[in-house]
Design a binder for this molecule. Sequence first.
Ligand code: ZN
Length: 185
Amino acid sequence: MNSLKEFIIPFSGLKEGNHEFEFGINDSFFDNFPESEIKQGSLHAKALMVKRTQMLTFDIELKGEAKIPCDRCGNEYRQTIEGQWQIVVKLEAEQFNDEDDLISLPSGAYQFDISQYLYEYISLLIPYRRVCAETPDPSKGNCDPEILEKLGNLSANTEEEEETDDNDSTSDPRWNSLRNMKFDN
Ligand SMILES: [Zn+2]
C-alpha cells in the first residue's frame, strides 16, 4: 500500500515532448514524511514535464496552504505557501544521484517518484518567521488574545524582577562602601 503512488511518473512509456501532471497534496501526503513540520495542508502542484532523449525537465508551480504553529502564541494557523521551480532529471546515468539540484537516474529506470522533491520544496517554502497575526487575510487566523495576554504578563514580570535586581545592586550600601574603600586605596 503506497499512498504516494500518484506521485510516481512512469516516464519510459511516454513520448518525447511536453506532458502535464497535476498533484493534489493533502494531509495523507505529509503522513508519509514523519519528520515533516507540516501535518496538515492542502496544496496543488502543476508540473510541465518535457521529455528528451536523455533528460526530463519539470517546471513546477505550487500553491496552497499549510497549517503550522505560530511562533508567538502556538496556535496553528493557515500559512499560504507558493512557489515555482525546476527539477532536472538526467537519464541513463551510471547510478542514482540527486546532488546539486540535478537528479540522475540509472539506465533502466522507467519511473520517477516526485513526492520527495515536492516535500523538500514545500519545507523550504515555510517562512522563517511564523506569526498568525501577520497573515494577509485576518479570517485565516490571529494570535489568540488570551494566550498573548498570559505570555505578556509573564515577560512583564520577568522584566520587572530584573529591573528590581539591578536597582538593588546599584543602591546596595555595601557596594557603595566597597567602592569607597577602593577609592581610598
Ligand atoms: Zn499567533
